[in-house]
Design a protein around this ligand. Structure first.
Ligand code: ATR
Length: 291
């Protein structure tokens, strides 16, 4: 009952996820269940797309289209087809959420960084307790981002926007330097990050692929380097508990899983698509059932 076919009518809103490959995506499952639960006359499909530019030329014309998600390998190239781009998404250089306005114009967002940053902020609230309304618990924090690829950029820009002091550590120093300069942060190699411990209460965010299935014995930062971190986030979600997160727990840090970023970026997409709050419990339950 993935698509709720019996509900489709001429005025049904059509959403979808574009990617290649795309068949493995769980987004149709989540969004269709949410539309059904709330009684929205909408459907969410898998769109296997090769030529992104041609796709959006058509998409902006079809009246039933209301928005789409965008995944690998289209997150960067899709930028060129947009009429308007959220300023932070533009800086990051990647989008994953596109809304078609009634006049056919396309506006794009990057909900990946919002998902990651909000998961880290809630983790910090667990440690720090209540802080003044409107303030970010990341403000003034020293955040070390491991990696300088697409996910590294998202984290670094998102955290800098919240007032964090950002350090970018990457295997290839030049890439760390390029990103750090853009966010007004400090650059170093991964090896240097192992001996970087200027203060207590630092935050660590891994965005490298080190530790991902099947190489689950690997870790991007040696355990001895984790002592000064109060919170460790790993963008990897297979496995859920990476070696980095296991060792961070043993060192006494709060850990934030990559699955949390994944689900929260979905909440943001739902909000942008519908203007409604996401059915968070339903999304969480479905993600667990279909893990
Ligand atoms: P994504 O978009 O998921 O961030 P990416 O752009 O390919 O993916 O970036 C991968 C990141 O993981 C990079 O920071 C990469 O480091 P380099 O810039 O030096 O390539 C990092 N990375 C991948 N494999 C790694 C490894 N074995 N050791 C250390 N870093 C690694």
């Amino acid at each position: 009952d993935l698509y709720n076919f019996r509900l489709i009518r001429p005025d049904t809103k059509v959403y979808g996820i574009i990617g290649k490959p795309v068949g493995h995506s769980k987004s149709p499952l989540l969004f269709n269940a949410a539309f059904k639960a709330v009684g929205l006359n909408a459907v969410y499909l898998h769109f296997l797309v090769d030529d992104v530019e041609k796709f959006f030329n058509t998409y902006s014309c079809i009246d039933f289209a209301s928005g789409c998600s965008c995944t690998i390998p289209h997150k960067e190239v899709a930028l060129k087809s947009m009429d308007e781009i959220d300023p932070t998404a533009k800086k990051i250089g990647a989008i994953n959420n596109i809304v078609r306005r009634p006049d056919g114009t396309l506006i794009a967002f990057n909900t990946d960084y919002i998902g990651a940053i909000s998961a880290i902020e809630d983790g910090l609230r667990e440690i720090n307790g209540v802080i003044p309304a409107g303030a970010s618990p990341l403000s003034g924090k020293l955040l070390v981002v491991l990696g300088a690829g697409g996910a590294g950029k998202s984290l670094a820009y998102g955290a800098a926007q919240k007032g964090a002091r950002v350090v970018v550590a990457n295997r290839t120093f030049e890439r760390a330097k390029e990103l750090a300069d853009k966010v007004g942060g400090l650059a170093m190699t991964l090896a240097e990050a192992e001996n970087f411990h200027p203060e207590d209460g630092m935050v660590l965010a891994n965005t490298t692929s080190v530790g991902m299935t099947p190489h689950t014995d690997a870790t991007p930062l040696a355990k001895h380097a984790l002592k000064r971190y109060c919170l460790v986030f790993d963008a990897i979600y297979t496995p859920k508990d990476t070696r980095l997160l296991e060792e961070a727990k043993e060192s006494g840090a709060i850990v934030v899983h990559g699955t949390e970023m994944l689900i929260r970026q979905g909440f943001e997409q739902y909000k942008n698509f519908t203007g409604l709050p996401a059915p968070e419990q339903l999304f969480r339950q479905l993600m667990e059932e279909h893990a």
